[in-house]
Design a protein around this ligand. Structure first.
Ligand SMILES: [Zn+2]
Length: 91
């Protein structure tokens, strides 16, 4: 039995949809049954079903933090320039 390329594409998309749905439901990415959050923002240390540990890798948030810092500083700078009325670069 041969599997066509179209069947492979459909299978990949179904996997992507399953991963996104699991993320929305805050379920474990491995077993898809265990809950990741106890309540609010409190997470379990490990999945109660398959014992997968939910830990951040080191440096995982560095990129996001850098982007947020850059965008926040640009927004603050633009706000200050608007509020002080100095809209030209030569001021
Ligand atoms: Zn699990």
């Amino acid at each position: 039995m041969t599997v066509s390329r179209r069947q492979l594409d459909v299978h990949k998309w179904l996997q992507v949809i399953q991963v996104l749905f699991d993320g929305l439901m805050l379920r474990c990415p491995r077993c898809e049954h265990g809950r990741m959050f106890r309540r609010g923002f409190k997470t379990y240390h490990a999945c109660p079903v398959c014992a997968l540990e939910f830990e951040r890798a080191s440096g995982e948030i560095t990129g996001g933090m850098g982007i947020n810092t850059y965008r926040s500083s640009r927004g603050l700078w633009a706000s200050l320039r608007y509020l002080t009325g100095s809209n030209t670069e030569s001021d």
